[in-house]
Design a protein around this ligand. Structure first.
Ligand code: KG4
Ligand code: ZN
Length: 359
C-alpha cells in the first residue's frame, strides 16, 4: 500500500543554482525568506504572533490561521521589493507539515497560488527537516553523518542523520516536548507565554540552587525522553515554598534548567556512542538556550567531537530554514505533484533521500 505521508515528489532536471522563496506558517510565526543558492544570500522577514496569543497562555489555532492570512502576502511583497522582481524567483518552498492544519493551509495556498501563477516548481518542506538543516545556513556547516537533537515547543527527538533526507529517529519524548516543559514551568513561576526564554534569563541570574530536580529516564537504557514530571516537580517545590520571593523563583528556574540540560547531555552522549558519530547538531527553539549550548560544547569537546548550532535567529521558527531545505531538494530536481495537501502529522522517517545535498 502506498504511504500517503511520503513526499509527493516527482523528478525534474537538476538545477545548478536557484533563488527560492520560502514560507513558514506551521504555528505562530509567519516567516518569509528568499534564499539564493549561488551567493548563499538570505533576505528574510519574520512576524511573531506571540502578543496575540499571550492572553490565552498558548497558541489559539484559529487566531494563528487568521494572522497568517493577513500577514503573509504583504510580507512577500515587502521582501520582493528588497530582494528583486518576482520573476527572478525560480521556485517556491513552504511548510507542508507537521503543524496546525489551518496555519499550514494558509502557507500552502499562498505558495501554490504563486507557483501556479508564475508556472514555477513548488515543494512542501517538512518543518523539522527545516530545523535540522538550519545549521547549514552558517558559514561552518556540519558534514554528514551526524546526530541531530531537535528541541522545540512541539518536538524533542534524537535523529540519526546519515545524509540529507535519510533520517532515523533514535528517541523521542513520550510526553511533553522540552520547549513545552520550559513554557509550562515558566507559567507556574508566573512568567508570560512562551516562558522558555524568560525562564532561561531568570535561571541565568543565579549561580546555584538549593533545589534539585530529577533527571527523567536517564537510569534506563534507551534514547526516549519524558519531561512532564519536571513540571510536577516544579509545582511541588513552588507549593512548599509559597509565597515565592525573587531569589527562590530564580533558584527554581536554575534547578529546572539544569535538570533539562543535564538530561539532554546524557542522552546526546548516549546517541553519539550508539551511532559512533562525532558530530552533533542541535536545532529548534530550545537550541537558543545558552546553558544548553555551553554544556553540549563542553561534552563534544571532551569527546574530541563537534557540535553545531544554528544562529540564534534560525533556532526558532523562520522562513530561511524552509527556503534552504526546499532549495536543497529543488536543486536536486525534486518538486511536488499538483496535489494540494498539508500534513499536520508527518514523520521525518517518511522523507525521501536527497542525493545531491547541501546547496
Ligand atoms: O522551534 P520553535 O520556535 O517552535 C516550534 O516549532 O515549536 O520553538 C519554540 C520553543 C518554545 O517552547 C520556547 O519557549 C522555546 O522554544 N525557547 C527556549 C528558548 N528560546 C525559545 N527555551 C529555552 N531557552 C531558550 N533560550
Ligand atoms: Zn519549529
Amino acid at each position: 500500500m502506498p504511504n500517503i505521508n511520503r513526499h509527493s515528489v516527482k523528478t525534474q532536471e537538476k538545477h545548478e543554482f536557484m533563488k527560492v522563496l520560502g514560507l513558514e506558517s506551521s504555528c505562530d510565526e509567519t516567516g518569509i525568506a528568499i534564499f539564493d543558492t549561488e551567493s548563499g544570500k538570505i533576505s528574510q522577514r519574520l512576524y511573531s504572533q506571540i502578543e496575540r496569543h499571550r492572553e490565552y497562555g498558548g497558541v489559539v489555532p484559529e487566531l494563528a490561521s487568521r494572522d497568517h492570512v493577513t500577514k503573509a502576502a504583504p510580507m512577500i511583497q515587502e521582501i520582493l521589493q528588497e530582494g528583486g522582481d518576482i520573476d527572478t524567483i525560480d521556485a517556491i518552498a513552504y511548510t507542508r507539515g507537521p503543524g496546525l492544519i489551518g496555519a499550514l493551509m494558509v502557507g500552502a495556498s499562498i505558495a501554490r497560488g504563486i507557483a501556479w501563477a508564475l508556472d514555477k516548481p513548488v515543494l512542501g518542506v517538512h518543518h523539522m527537516e527545516g530545523h535540522l538543516l538550519a545549521p547549514m545556513l552558517a558559514e561552518e556547516k556540519p558534514e554528514f553523518p551526524f546526530v541531530a537533537l531537535l528541541v522545540s515547543g512541539g518536538h524533542t527527538m534524537l535523529v540519526d542523520v546519515e545524509a540529507a533526507g535519510c533520517y532515523r529517529i533514535l528517541g523521542e519524548s513520550l510526553d511533553d516536548a522540552v520547549g513545552e516543559a520550559f513554557d509550562k514551568t515558566a507559567k507556574l513561576l508566573g512568567l508570560s507565554y512562551p516562558g522558555g526564554p524568560e525562564l532561561a534569563a531568570l535561571a541565568d541570574s543565579v549561580e546555584c540552587s538549593q533545589f534539585k530536580f530529577p533527571r527523567p529516564m536517564v537510569n534506563r537504557p534507551g534514547l526516549e525522553f519524558s519531561f512532564s514530571g519536571l513540571k510536577t516537580a516544579a509545582l511541588n517545590i513552588i507549593q512548599q515554598n509559597n509565597p515565592l520571593n525573587e531569589s527562590i523563583r530564580a533558584e527554581i528556574a536554575y534547578a529546572f534548567q539544569q535538570a533539562v540540560v543535564d538530561t539532554l547531555r546524557i542522552k546526546c552522549t548516549r546517541a553519539l556512542d550508539h551511532t559512533g558519530y562525532t558530530r552533533l547538531v542541535v536545532a529548534g527553539g530550545v537550541g537558543a538556550n545558552r546553558g544548553l549550548r555551553e554544556v553540549l560544547e563542553n561534552m563534544t569537546e571532551q569527546r574530541k567531537g563537534w557540535v553545531y548550532f544554528p544562529a540564534v535567529e534560525y533556532c526558532t521558527d523562520n522562513g530561511a530554514m524552509i527556503a534552504y531545505a526546499g532549495a536543497m531538494r529543488l536543486e536536486a530536481g525534486q518538486k511536488d505533484e499538483d496535489v494540494f495537501d498539508v500534513l499536520p502529522r508527518w514523520s521525518l522517517e517518511d522523507l525521501s533521500a536527497v542525493q545531491d545535498s547541501v546547496p
